[in-house]
Design a protein around this ligand. Structure first.
Ligand code: NAD
Length: 493
């Protein structure tokens, strides 16, 4: 069994309590590593280190160009170690090696993109209305950033959050999910090797209620960037509000994937599979509501069922595997509960609807790819996030009805539109209230494109040039070069 420590002030340190959390390999169902059970005292050390680095250490004095160069160096190291980091992610969360390797190999793009942006963060000279004044704005780092991440793609979230935050000149304390902390703990050493000053990048592992909550509440943390469920997101937002902290929240979804009868059906089928069975459905952008035009619905369902049935379940390290295990025991139970709810609600189960029989695969944490037809928009299975390979299919008559159903949710993270009518593509993509719309594609994510949710799917955006603003404060400076002393100091100038 491997042991991983917290990373604080540029070195690995044990948790004060010397207590550990066991990390379970979801495919094998066995403990393979242990991570520290960080608590308030460990969080405090990490935040103090981050605060000292930010305001007293070499990080504070470094030029933006130098910060950018460190991000480039880190990008090279992530590239070098991509296979090792991806293997660690698979051990922790059981997602396919092909998916995790792809994500880690793509990760350096964020580091280089924001590394390049670091010395292009500029203020403005304002042609101020006051005579004999020179006025300008400057962008300053917001302060110590707390990054809390989910278990499904830990290093992808580090890319989204930390590349921009470091480019902006912030220091960071990361609290990864207790279910998948190892890759983030291992990644920390690369920041040291790249040459980031001690305390700029810190990781404290532990439970959300202990380490997570302590981090959110720490008075020296200025900004929280959180990826996780909307229930936890609300709690984090409430806690942050008490100290007026800035927040970015990347939360859940119930994304509609809309198939019109004029689409390229083969492409739409591939998009539907990618939307719900990729990552075993454990992705915030899952296209978990498939809206299919009534005219092609039954034929489409038939072919989709065939594709779902052919998906191979098994070892996530094997290149032949399409569907891996559900990552955690509570999540496994939640997926099964939702399958039962859908059945009770009267949805027609046309594929799966059961766990893979015990003893068939190690770990016993697999769910058969599941498709429900005849789902109506008001059913819980059409409204609530399952976070598993469970698809709800809803029929619609025309464009207007499709848009109405698509928007009938508290979420607004993403949506797919399948059509060969360019006018419809523009109309529907502008009518849907979601942060990302894919037309004739699905699950395409780029470091250049702002990503985030509308409505209950979150607050703020990550990736893309504008996202760096969330790690910056604007300071206005007015300099008078007037030699005259004002007549009346009791009035506003
Ligand atoms: P979660 O909300 O249970 O946990 C997320 C993180 O918050 C973890 O690190 C956890 O330890 C921590 N946490 C828990 N309670 C806390 C508290 N009281 N105070 C501070 N921190 C606390 O989410 P999860 O189960 O790890 O992830 C799955 C969820 O994440 C899904 O809802 C999914 O849609 C969402 N998600 C969103 C995005 C996105 O970018 N929008 C991406 C991936 C996952």
């Amino acid at each position: 069994m491997e042991t991983f420590d917290n990373f604080i002030g540029g070195r690995y340190v044990e948790a004060e309590s010397r207590e550990w959390i066991e990390s379970i390999d979801p495919y094998r169902g066995e403990i393979w590593a242990r991570i520290p059970r960080g608590r308030e005292v460990d969080v405090d050390k990490a935040v103090q280190a981050a605060h000292a680095a930010m305001y007293d250490g070499p990080w504070a004095k470094m030029t933006a160009t130098e910060r950018g160069k460190l991000l480039f160096r880190l990008a090279d190291l992530v590239e070098r170690d991509a296979e090792r980091l991806a293997r660690l992610e698979v051990r922790d969360n059981g997602k396919l090696y092909a998916e995790m390797l792809g994500q880690v190999q793509y990760h350096p793009n964020w580091l280089r993109y924001f590394g390049g942006l670091a010395d292009k963060i500029e203020g403005r000279v304002i042609p101020i209305d006051k005579p004999n004044h020179f006025a300008f704005t400057r962008k300053e780092p917001v302060g110590v950033v707390a990054a809390l991440t989910a278990w499904n793609s830990p290093l992808l979230f580090i890319a989204w959050k930390c590349a921009a935050a470091l480019a902006a000149g912030c220091s960071i304390v990361v609290k990864p999910s207790e279910f998948a902390s190892v890759s983030t703990l291992a990644y920390a050493d690369l920041t040291r090797e790249a040459g980031f000053p001690d305390g700029v990048f810190n990781v404290v592992a532990g439970y959300g209620q202990e380490a997570g909550s302590a981090l959110v509440n720490h008075p020296l943390v200025s900004k929280i960037t959180f990826t996780g469920s909307d229930a936890t997101g609300v709690r984090v937002y409430e806690q942050a509000a008490r100290q007026l902290k800035r927040v970015t929240l990347e939360l859940g979804g119930k994304s509609p994937n809309i198939v019109f009868d004029d689409c390229n059906v083969d492409a739409a089928l591939a998009g539907a599979v990618s939307g719900i069975f990729a990552a075993t459905g454990q992705t915030c952008i899952a296209g978990s509501r498939l809206l299919v035009q009534n005219s092609i619905k039954e034929k489409f369902i038939e072919r989709l069922v065939e594709l779902g049935r052919a998906a191979k379940k098994g070892d996530p390290m094997s290149p032949d595997t399409n569907i891996g295990p559900i990552t955690t025991p509570p999540q496994f139970q939640k997926v099964l509960d939702y399958i039962n709810i859908a059945k009770q609600e009267g949805a027609r189960c046309v594929l799966g609807g059961v766990p893979v029989a015990e003893g068939t695969l190690p770990g016993n944490q697999f769910v058969e790819p599941t498709i429900f037809a005849d789902v109506t928009p008001g059913m819980r299975i059409a409204q609530e996030e399952v976070f598993g390979p469970v698809l709800s299919i809803i029929g619609f008559a025309d464009e207007e009805e499709a848009v109405r159903i698509a928007n009938d949710t508290i979420y607004g993270l993403a949506a797919g539109v399948w059509t060969s009518d360019i006018g419809r593509a523009f109309r529907v993509s502008s009518a849907i209230r979601a942060g990302t719309i894919w037309v004739n594609t699905y699950r395409a994510v780029s470091y250049m494109m702002p990503f985030g949710g509308m409505k209950h799917s979150g607050i703020g955006r990550e990736s893309g040039v504008e996202s760096i603003e969330s790690y910056l404060e604007t300071k206005s400076t007015l300099i008078s070069y007037d030699s005259a002393v004002p007549d009346n100091p009791f009035t506003m100038r």
